[in-house]
Design a binder for this molecule. Structure first.
Ligand code: RUQ
Ligand code: CUA
Length: 680
């Protein structure tokens, strides 16, 4: 089929050519602002190609799932690639009114921490679970940056099933990094803090930073079958800031690498104080050796206080356990476990290429990108090419571990991913571009301006042994003029780039939900076939589940608790008339969705409730707590348009004054059931 452009070209080839040149010139002009080299011209010339490359016909599915972090919304958003369709928002660290996560009685415990109930966090880095170094589509691990936590999302249900608080940490930023078979998920602290060795941070004068503050790296064990996490041990490390991490692969698979800044150990105005040294460090930790030391009695133990919250699969009830101690290793007592590699000025990203040989370190203030060699690092360790030590950790000589520097890559390099075809792609925050360079000779071969100020970028599997080198997603911090304005607050944005050819091609812009720091993507066929469609009613072992309408009930328990066991099925609730509730009662609505049909949730909401709705999946039971404050009649209803008679799916609760003698009664339809005597 002829496109408009080809038609136009046939009719007036010269004019078209002139126009294309002019368009190129204009784009070149504005891409200069963004610091690019004019590669943006391809946007216009290829726009019809681009449209077909991202077009997923109605009713057809995307090729890949992508999981974008929500940053300061504490959630994960799932997009289809290449269409950029938003498929779902998965609540993790933040209450989600849309489905009642963090509001329902069952899910509240997920957000418990040693600081109490914390219904928000700053979620930066999703990482998929791995088998033999390849993403396997089982779980997604994510970090909470602010109140240090690591969560696990089950990709059969796309639900958060586990949250582990991290002790001795503050700003859980270089987190979470699964090893190649999820032996460990590794998490490092951004802020160093004074540890009081009693389960908290010490009450220490802030000018004692240098002597008293320490960092920590946590090793969370993952059950290979169930995915359950358990904090095995920590390494207490020097009081720097630990920024990002990534695991080795192939020859380096026993290692995990962390960038650090503030090796100056400045406790104030870090913008200046942490930028004094010409070099900070890349910390290399042999996690296998660390695990061996921990197992063989090198670990000490200290008191701790942290929460571990787990969602039970069959009851859908989350439970918290409080852990009271943690084991730790000191690097000075564990030879060979940890080394420091000097890295130019406050490095941010650390990324290991698919072969496991190169460690690419992006110094956000540096003018070149250093590439370290793992084999040179091994040699340097063997030959003791040290440049002194820091807190008992040997510092390797820069030249002894450096393979090459990528020269003049652009301004403000942050993160790098790989296409598996010998190329690396680095995001340039300051010059707003993605820069492609070759791993064979470390030369820059292509640039693509992005709009604007890109942070992370992501190639599906681009951090694994076998990247899916067809697409790249750039995640941009600043949107400015890219979309229709929405007042001062604009959505952040992602851009999809075709990297299958020699030159990058811009395909698509799409706004994101809050701030996408990092993302992961995986072939849809590794996840979709395992997707749960509904929960089996038979397996629902919630203590207040109601498996048939005849078992629905309303009971008063003690003085002021009323328990409503309700069922929902298209298109009524049982019971839908309730009387005898009194002002100040705590009413629990335990609603069981009796449906066994995919995609038929029912919602439940009651007027004046101080929480949210709860959305009940087929076969599940969820509980909404309600404390009525005034006498009157209160409607409740199903919030999800579930059938043609959805609007009829509603009922009333009558609330009488405290001490009233209206007995508890409940019914559905005409027949009034006999009043049920108060249960004790
Ligand atoms: S870090 S770009 Cu968490 Cu780079 Cu966000
Ligand atoms: Cu059930 Cu609407």
């Amino acid at each position: 089929m002829e496109t408009l452009i080809t038609k136009f070209r046939k009719a007036a080839p010269k004019a078209a050519l002139l126009m294309a040149v002019a368009a190129g010139a204009v784009l070149q002009g504005c891409s200069k602002i963004a610091g690019g080299d004019g590669a943006g011209a391809t946007v216009t010339a290829l726009s019809s190609d681009a449209a077909s490359a991202v077009y997923v016909a109605p009713g057809k599915h995307d090729e890949l799932y992508s999981f974008l972090s929500g940053g300061f919304n504490g959630q994960v958003s799932v997009y289809g690639i290449p269409s950029g369709r938003l498929l779902k928002i998965i609540p993790v660290f933040t209450q989600h009114g849309e489905n009642g996560y963090g509001y329902s009685e069952e899910s509240k415990a997920m957000l418990n921490t040693s600081h109490g109930f914390v219904p928000w966090d700053d979620l930066h880095h999703p990482k998929l679970s791995r088998t033999n170094g390849q993403t396997d589509g089982r779980w997604l691990f994510v970090n909470g940056n602010n109140t240090p936590r690591v969560a696990r999302i089950d990709l059969t249900t796309f639900e958060t099933v586990e949250i582990m608080e991290i002790p001795n940490s503050a700003g859980n930023h270089c987190s979470p990094y699964p090893t190649n078979n999820n032996e460990y998920v590794i998490a490092g602290t951004r802020f160093s803090v004074p540890l009081d060795m009693k389960g908290g941070t010490g009450d220490v004068a802030l000018d004692k930073y240098e002597e008293e503050f320490r960092g920590s790296i946590s090793f969370i064990k993952v059950d290979p079958e169930k995915g359950d996490m358990d904090l095995d041990f920590q390494i207490l490390v020097p009081g720097f800031d630990y920024d990002l991490a990534n695991g080795g692969k192939g020859p380096s698979e026993d290692w995990v690498f962390f960038t650090t800044y503030n090796s100056e150990k400045s406790g104030t105005l870090k913008e200046v104080g942490a930028s004094q040294n010409d070099k900070d460090y890349l910390a290399a930790v042999n996690w296998k050796l660390a695990a061996k030391y921990a197992k063989e009695g090198k670990a000490r133990e200290m008191p701790a206080n942290y929460y571990h919250n787990k969602m039970d699969k069959n009851s859908h009830i989350a439970k918290s356990t409080v852990k009271k101690k943690v084991r730790y290793l000191l690097p000075e007592e564990c030879p060979g476990m940890m080394y420091l590699l000097p890295a130019p000025k406050s490095p941010h990203g650390i990324d290991v290429d698919p072969t496991g040989e190169y460690m690419v370190v992006s110094g956000k203030l540096a003018s070149a990108i250093p590439v370290f060699s793992f084999s040179k690092m091994q040699e340097a360790i063997k030959n003791k090419q040290f440049d002194g030590e820091k807190n008992g950790i040997p510092v390797l000589k820069y030249e002894s571990v450096l393979k090459a520097e990528v020269k003049e890559p652009g301004l403000g390099p942050l993160h790098t991913e790989f296409d598996g075809k010998g190329n690396a792609y680095t995001s340039m925050f300051v010059s707003s571009e993605v820069v492609k360079w070759k791993l064979s000779d470390f030369t820059v071969v292509d640039r693509m301006p992005v709009y604007y100020s890109v942070g992370h970028l992501m190639i599906p599997g681009g951090d694994t042994k076998e990247p899916y080198g067809k697409y790249l997603v750039a995640m941009n911090k600043i949107t400015k003029d890219r979309y229709l304005p929405t007042g001062p607050e604009l959505a952040h944005s992602a851009q999809l780039i075709d990297i299958s050819g020699e030159k990058m091609k811009m395909l698509l812009d799409f706004p994101t939900v809050a701030e996408p720091h990092y993302a992961q993507a995986i072939r849809a066929d590794l996840v979709a076939p395992k997707s749960v469609k509904f929960f089996k009613l038979d397996e629902n072992n919630h203590p207040h589940a109601t498996k048939k309408e005849a078992d629905a009930s309303v009971k008063r328990e003690g003085k002021n608790v009323v328990r409503v066991k309700m069922t929902a099925i298209r298109s009524h609730m049982t019971p839908d008339n309730i009387e005898g509730v009194q002002v100040g009662d705590t009413v629990y609505f335990h609603v069981t969705n009796l449906e066994q049909d995919w995609d038929v949730p029912h919602g439940f909401a009651v007027m004046g409730a101080n929480n949210a709705e709860t959305l009940i999946m087929p076969g599940a039971t969820q509980t909404l707590k309600w404390v009525p404050k005034k006498a009157g009649v209160y409607p409740f209803y199903c919030t999800d348009f579930c059938s043609a008679l959805h609007q009829e799916m509603q009922g009333y609760v009558r609330v009488s004054p405290k001490g009233s003698n209206v007995p508890i009664t409940f019914s559905t339809g005409k027949k009034k059931q006999a009043p049920v005597a108060s249960a004790k």
